[in-house]
Design a protein around this ligand. Structure first.
Ligand SMILES: Cc1cc2nc3c(=O)[nH]c(=O)nc-3n(C[C@H](O)[C@H](O)[C@H](O)COP(=O)(O)OP(=O)(O)OC[C@H]3O[C@@H](n4cnc5c(N)ncnc54)[C@H](O)[C@@H]3O)c2cc1C
Length: 367
């Protein structure tokens, strides 16, 4: 078995480390700052793409595999660590999507259980609605996790299982030896391994560019507000005109999110707070009366069409990539980690990895 270095302790890096450790590799995760404080902490934890039929099929395939895995994974993490990721089958109600024929066709192909509702049906599902959805798409099987807890549980489970996670250890560069990577350069010195995996979220593009691989992964800022409400205020994850409300088990409600191409500027802005509060009050009027407990921003690892790069570097034999999950890294995470380790171990893959190959997604020919 090999020694593997995973670069990045977000949900993707940690799930990959878990899969690697499960097949017997010795794994070290190197984290630039603190583990799981970037996009994986900032996200919403919805276990579905927002309008799932608008994505390439491979995204639906990864999502479907993960959706089946999530309840068991969360239960295992809860048992191992005592931290409950709060995997809840809240269902997803989408108001007036506009492209219902596409939604129906997608649901039939992926056996996704989509029901079309009218205004009365939507209100029966979510009585707090402030907007009449003339038509709605109801996906009862969609769940959520409380992602800050999910990543905390993952970290604890990895550490209990003997995976070392090194904080404040940014990878600054690569040391090549022919067609292989011999070591990474960090402020703590050079660290060698047999195999390396880049799972560095929005920062993956720059790190891979040093190896001659130009993947179109760029930061896309998302801002979110958290309302403090009583338990049971809201029943369903509700999505309308690109904005969504997520009810947590303890009554808190998350409302998001913005989609901003502002580089690595991770600032939460007063304008976005105002817009999100306005849209929240329109969708769920009861939210207008609740205090905002928190407002934050995260940097998604944006990629064209939301297709992540999962697989080997085209020229460096012992370097792999698992990154570019854009708006869906939580839901796609378990399947992505599994698919990466399938390829690394030359095991039968859970699905066809071709659409996610880094060589195929690269911006242009190698430098
Ligand atoms: C507002 C918002 C809402 C979202 N909602 C959802 C949702 O409901 N459902 C869903 O599925 N997804 C959602 N997402 C998307 C999801 O959060 C991301 O796709 C996912 O977290 C990406 O995980 P990651 O591990 O690739 O990246 P990250 O969580 O960003 O982790 C990457 C890690 O790599 C580290 N790193 C970077 N460079 C280096 C280096 N050189 N050396 C060492 N470490 C390095 C970083 O510090 C970071 O910890 C949302 C995102 C946002 C911002």
């Amino acid at each position: 078995m090999s020694e593997v270095i995973v670069v990045g302790a977000g949900i993707i890096g940690m799930l990959t480390a878990r899969e690697l450790a499960a097949v017997g590799h010795t794994v070290t995760v190197l984290e630039r700052a603190r583990p799981a404080r970037e996009s994986s902490w900032a996200g919403g934890g919805i276990l579905s793409p927002l309008y799932p039929w608008r994505y390439p099929d491979v995204v639906s395939e990864l999502a479907r595999w993960s959706q089946r895995a999530y309840p068991g994974l969360c239960e295992a993490l809860r048992t191992e660590t005592g931290i409950d990721p709060e995997c809840e089958p809240s269902g997803l109600l989408i108001g007036e999507p506009g492209d219902l024929d596409d939604a129906r066709a997608w649901a039939a192909r992926f056996d996704a259980g989509l029901e079309v509702t009218d205004a009365a049906g939507a209100r029966a599902l979510e009585p707090r609605l402030g907007v009449d959805f003339a038509t709605g798409a109801w996906l009862p099987a969609v769940g959520q996790v409380r992602n800050p807890r999910m990543v905390r549980a993952l970290r604890a489970s990895l550490e209990l299982g003997g995976v070392e996670i090194r904080s404040d250890c940014p990878v600054q560069g690569w040391e090549r030896s022919g067609a292989r990577i011999a070591a990474v350069r960090t402020p703590a010195g050079r660290l060698s391994a047999d195999v390396f995996v880049v799972a560095s979220g929005a920062w993956s593009g720059a790190l891979l560019e040093q190896t001659g691989l130009r993947l179109p992964i760029e930061p896309v800022r998302g801002q979110m507000v958290l309302f403090r409400g009583p338990p049971g205020l809201l029943r369903r994850i509700t999505l309308y005109e690109g904005r969504y409300a997520i009810p947590r088990r303890d009554g808190r409600v998350l409302f998001g999110s913005t989609l901003e191409y502002t580089g690595f500027e991770k600032r939460a802005t007063p304008q976005a707070l105002e817009e999100l509060r306005r849209d929240a009050a329109r969708l769920i009027p009861a939210l207008a009366d609740l205090p905002v407990e928190c407002h934050w921003a995260g940097l998604r690892p944006g990629s064209p069409d939301g297709v992540p790069a999962i697989g080997p570097h085209p020229e460096i034999a012992n370097l792999y990539v698992c990154s570019g999950h854009f708006r869906n890294g939580v839901v796609l995470g378990p399947a992505s980690a599994r698919l990466l380790v399938d390829q690394l171990s030359a095991r039968e893959p859970i699905l066809d990895p071709a659409p996610c190959q880094p060589a195929r997604l690269a911006r242009s020919s190698l430098a």
